[in-house]
Structures are given as structure tokens and as C-alpha cells.
Design a protein around this ligand. Structure first.
Ligand SMILES: Cc1cc2nc3c(=O)[nH]c(=O)nc-3n(C[C@H](O)[C@H](O)[C@H](O)COP(=O)(O)OP(=O)(O)OC[C@H]3O[C@@H](n4cnc5c(N)ncnc54)[C@H](O)[C@@H]3O)c2cc1C
Length: 308
């Protein structure tokens, strides 16, 4: 009953809506119970939806490519707003030809993948994001956690972010977003709609070769083709979490269908039969062993979401 008004609105506006949608279909881990309601709006529709949700008090969460989340087996209460249909990206004309000889801005919607963004960078010879090669997330998800690799972080190239806060569209300057190691100060409950990203002009061939170099490096040390959510834990000061987990003998540890990867110990792999419960159990086992043997308390990098 509580979702009736929302359902009617979505149907009347032609917005895709699904009931009891298995989140395992939308996460790279292939894990996650059902969301009461899944909605797939475009940018303008997202603002309308959020206003309705705020008005009716229905809880909601936004999901991009689902590559940094562990959704509990009990699923999600309320609405999941997916950004998949907000996936446009283009060069932004500044009107200043002299400036454009050096720097170019692109505008990317939140659901645009990093892969698509990097393809545009190669096509137009734009440098600044090459280290994000092979990170399977969306622009929105990457900004929230300040995704990065090989010394690159998305926060360093974000000029502005357009987001919905309390149902209103706001623009934040990149410098006001408080980017840090795998974090930002994007207000909780807000939804990133799009971002302007400022990149340096560079030879397309050089951009492509750097991307290829980073992608090859990643492939050689991370199990990219298996079901994971990337690094499970943040790196503590001075030492990669993967190395600590490996040195405490956790590689190959298993719980249910989840295993600590033998290639990269900070990746936990779902063999296809894993559950969120098993994943959380394995996180607990690894944390306990690491703390007992080193005194280090590991902090999750992944977002754990779902009904209590
Ligand atoms: C194989 C693999 C390799 C990876 N390698 C790396 C790596 O090298 N470096 C790295 O940093 N990460 C890595 N990751 C993790 C992940 O890909 C990144 O964190 C990515 O940026 C997450 O984007 P997403 O769209 O999948 O976010 P999601 O998983 O969909 O969401 C993550 C969080 O962001 C929020 N969110 C998503 N979109 C929005 C939005 N539009 N507005 C507001 N909030 C939003 C969600 O609510 C959630 O809290 C890897 C993951 C995998 C599976």
C-alpha cells in the first residue's frame, strides 16, 4: 500500500519500476536479497522521484554499478534508485579556445561508467584519469568513495558536482567536497546527478598507452574476471591491507561460497553460491586474525547495506 502512489507516478511517467528486485542481479559480487522497489529514472525523473520519497518518508538508496557494495541477504527496505539510465557524457564547450588548448572539461552523468569516460578521454586526448583503468564503477560511485589507483584519484579532476540534496539541485565545487583516501564529504542521502571533470590535453596515443599499462598491471595482480567487490578493506597507514591479510596467512580462507583470493588477499571471491552472511563471516574471521597477529584493526572499504 505504501508504495501505491509511487508506482502510479512511475507508470504514468513511463519510468521503469520493478518490485522485489533481486539485488544480486545488480552487484558485481552477485549477492544481495530483494529490494522492495527498484527504479531506473533519467536525471530529471530522479529529482521528481526523490521529492516524492521525501514527502512520503519512504527510505531510499542510490546504486550505480554495484561494484563497491555488499547487499545483505535480507535485501533492502524501500526504494533503490539506479543511475544506469543517466549515462551521457560529452565534452563541455568553455568558449575559450586558448584555455581549451591546454585543458578540456567533460560533463558526465552519474551513471556513466569509468570505462566509457576513459574511452572519451582516449578519443579526445585527455589526461588525468588513466589510473582508473579497469575500475568497474560509475562516475557517481567513484566520486562518493574518491576511487583511485596507481596514484590517481577521481577527486583530483572533479571541477564541480551537481547533486540532489533534500530534493533540491545543488552544485558543489570539487574543492568543497573534502576528498580523502576512499572518502568524500558528499552528504549522505544526496544523489549525484552529474559532474564536470577537468582534464589536460595530451596525445591520444600516450593516453591510450598509459591506460593499457595500468590495465595490464591490474589484470596481473587482481582477479578481475571473478565475482568480487574489489578491495574489501581500506589500506591502513603505510601498508596495503592485501599484504597484511596475506602475511597473516589468510589467503585461501573460506566461508560458505566466499574465499579470500589467492591472487590478491584483499579481494574476496564469490564462487557463485556465496551469500552476504558468508561474506560477513569471512570478513570477521580475517579481521580477528589480523588484529590478533598484528594489532591492526581493518576498516571496510566496501559499503554494507541492507535491512537489519
Ligand atoms: C574488480 C574490481 C576492481 C576494483 N578496483 C578498484 C580500484 O582500483 N580502486 C577503487 O577505488 N575502487 C575499486 N573498485 C571498487 C569500485 O569499483 C569503486 O569504488 C567504484 O567507484 C564504485 O562505483 P559504483 O558505481 O559501482 O558504486 P556502487 O557500488 O553502486 O555504490 C557505492 C556507494 O556509492 C553510492 N553511490 C553510487 N552512485 C551514487 C550517486 N550517483 N550519488 C550518490 N551516491 C552514490 C552508493 O549509495 C554506495 O554507497 C573495484 C571493484 C571491483 C569489483
Amino acid at each position: 500500500m505504501k508504495y501505491e502512489g509511487l508506482k502510479k507516478f512511475c507508470i504514468s511517467e513511463g519510468i521503469e519500476i520493478r518490485l522485489d528486485e533481486a539485488m544480486s542481479r545488480h552487484t558485481s559480487l552477485k549477492i544481495g536479497g530483494p529490494a522492495d522497489i527498484a527504479i531506473f529514472p533519467d536525471e530529471a525523473q530522479a529529482a521528481e522521484i526523490v521529492r516524492i520519497l521525501l514527502h512520503t518518508g519512504i527510505p531510499y538508496i542510490v546504486v550505480g554499478n554495484g561494484t563497491n557494495v555488499l547487499v545483505k541477504d535480507s535485501g533492502l527496505e524501500g526504494v533503490v534508485i539506479f543511475t544506469k539510465k543517466m549515462n551521457n557524457i560529452k565534452k563541455k564547450d568553455s568558449g575559450d579556445r586558448i584555455q581549451e588548448a591546454e585543458r578540456v572539461n567533460i560533463i558526465a552523468q552519474a551513471g556513466c561508467s569509468l570505462l566509457k569516460t576513459l574511452n572519451l578521454c582516449v578519443k579526445n586526448g585527455l589526461s588525468g584519469m588513466e589510473g582508473l583503468a579497469d575500475i568497474p564503477g560509475s562516475i557517481g560511485g567513484a566520486i562518493v568513495s574518491n576511487a583511485g589507483s596507481f596514484g590517481y584519484e577521481i577527486g583530483t579532476v572533479v571541477e564541480t558536482v551537481n547533486l540532489l540534496v533534500d530534493g533540491r539541485i545543488k552544485t558543489l565545487l570539487g574543492s568543497a567536497i573534502g576528498f580523502g583516501y576512499r572518502r568524500s564529504k558528499i552528504p549522505p542521502d544526496s544523489i549525484i546527478l552529474s559532474a564536470v571533470i577537468s582534464l589536460k590535453k595530451n596525445d591520444p596515443f600516450d593516453v591510450r598507452s598509459r591506460i593499457n599499462k595500468f590495465a595490464d598491471k591490474k589484470k596481473s595482480c587482481q582477479p578481475l574476471s571473478l565475482h568480487s567487490a574489489g578491495c574489501v578493506f581500506k589500506n591502513p597507514e603505510g601498508m596495503p591491507a592485501g599484504k597484511i591479510i596475506e602475511e597473516t596467512g589468510c589467503k585461501g580462507l573460506k566461508a560458505g561460497g566466499i574465499e579470500v583470493s589467492n591472487l590478491h588477499a584483499n579481494f574476496f571471491i564469490n564462487d557463485g553460491g556465496g551469500t552476504a552472511d558468508a561474506f560477513l563471516r569471512l570478513m570477521g574471521i580475517v579481521c580477528k586474525r589480523v588484529e590478533e597477529r598484528t594489532g591492526i584493526i581493518l576498516e571496510p572499504e566496501i559499503e554494507i547495506i541492507g535491512r537489519n
